[in-house]
Design a protein around this ligand. Structure first.
Ligand code: DGY
Length: 317
């Protein structure tokens, strides 16, 4: 028996219901609601907004698999799942290019002040060409800083080459020379990443190590002309501190697809004209979301047939 916790492309239901009894819930559930529903199921197909806590996992004695419909899995208590021998899977690869595109959409929107321009036109304030109107910053040949050179970070870096950018990156480990050469990327310290990036794009997962990695202290070290973009998880930066940095002009602008207390957004950030805000659209294309649904369903199918899933978050060894 499989429980799909929320609305998804129907590809997942279509695939799973051929072989399993599937219950499809079509609205966001709280932890309390999940606790009251998950008991009978062998697999859960969850979304990143579902709190899959130790209590939820405990209340489902037959559970073998939690297939998260996302590449991120910070909504799931991994230690509790591992302890209970429950597979946790995610949806890497299939969303890499779409998410990298959204990061680039934000980079260009911020650099060229596209949302501000759009608002100006729609508000009837465009009175003709003006040599000083809404001046942005160049992207061409600038330093593209990547925090977290995983699949999506690499795809963003690859696109940067089209703009003739120098790529610098920081993460726990250095990539191989082959990868660095392919991306024309240089490994730098975190402090150099802050100092040298003209655009700093965040692609790390949210962990205890990366939580609030960007606070006022870090924003103060960045260039006043820098653009900060986060398409990974909101809590990698402090939202209050980012709002303050934007207000004080410590950086030029920010582009966000994710929020610290999603879907709530800091009131000052909502007011900041130099901040482009998207509603967590990273993987939001028809093709990508279908691929994510199919991959999540495949993972469940494999586990329920006694096999190793395609994209497990950890292994039992
Ligand atoms: C993910 O997959 O983790 C994204 O944030 C949602 O597409």
């Amino acid at each position: 028996m499989v429980f799909i916790t929320n609305r998804l492309p129907k590809a997942a239901y279509q695939k799973l219901s051929k072989n399993f009894k599937v219950t499809w819930n079509k609205s966001q559930l709280s932890e309390k609601q999940l606790l009251s529903k998950v008991k009978p199921y062998h697999a859960l197909l969850t979304t990143l907004a579902d709190p899959i806590t130790a209590s939820v996992l405990r209340s489902s004695p037959n559970l073998q698999c939690v297939a998260n419909y996302a590449v991120g899995y910070n909504n799931i208590d991994l230690a509790a799942a591992k302890k209970k021998q429950i597979w946790v899977t995610n949806t890497p690869d299939v969303l890499t290019e779409a998410t990298a595109d959204i990061a680039w959409a934000l980079i260009l929107a911020c650099a060229r002040r596209i949302p501000e321009g759009e608002r100006l036109v729609r508000n009837g304030k465009f009175k003709g060409w003006n040599p000083l109107m809404l001046l942005g910053v160049d992207v061409n040949k600038k330093n593209l800083g990547i925090f977290g050179m995983g699949r999506i970070g690499k795809a963003v870096a690859r696109r940067g080459r089209g703009w003739g950018m120098r790529v610098i990156y920081h993460q726990r480990h250095r990539e191989s020379r082959v990868v660095e050469n392919r991306l024309n990327a240089t490994f730098v310290s975190f402090s150099d990443l802050l100092k040298r990036s003209d655009i700093l794009s965040v692609h790390s997962p949210l962990t205890s190590e990366t939580s609030h990695r960007f606070t006022l202290v870090e924003f103060k070290k960045m260039k006043r002309t820098a653009i900060f973009v986060n398409t990974s998880r909101g809590a990698v930066h402090s939202e209050k501190d980012l709002a303050m940095a934007l207000k004080r002009g410590l950086i030029f602008s920010a582009g966000l697809d994710v929020y610290e207390f999603e879907p709530k957004i800091d009131a000052d950030l909502l007011k900041a004209q130099n901040c482009t805000l998207l509603p967590h659209l990273g993987s939001g294309t028809v093709e990508t979301r279908d691929r994510m649904a199919i991959l999540a369903a495949e993972n469940i199918e494999l586990v329920l047939r006694g096999h190793t899933p395609k994209t497990p978050v950890f292994n039992f060894k």
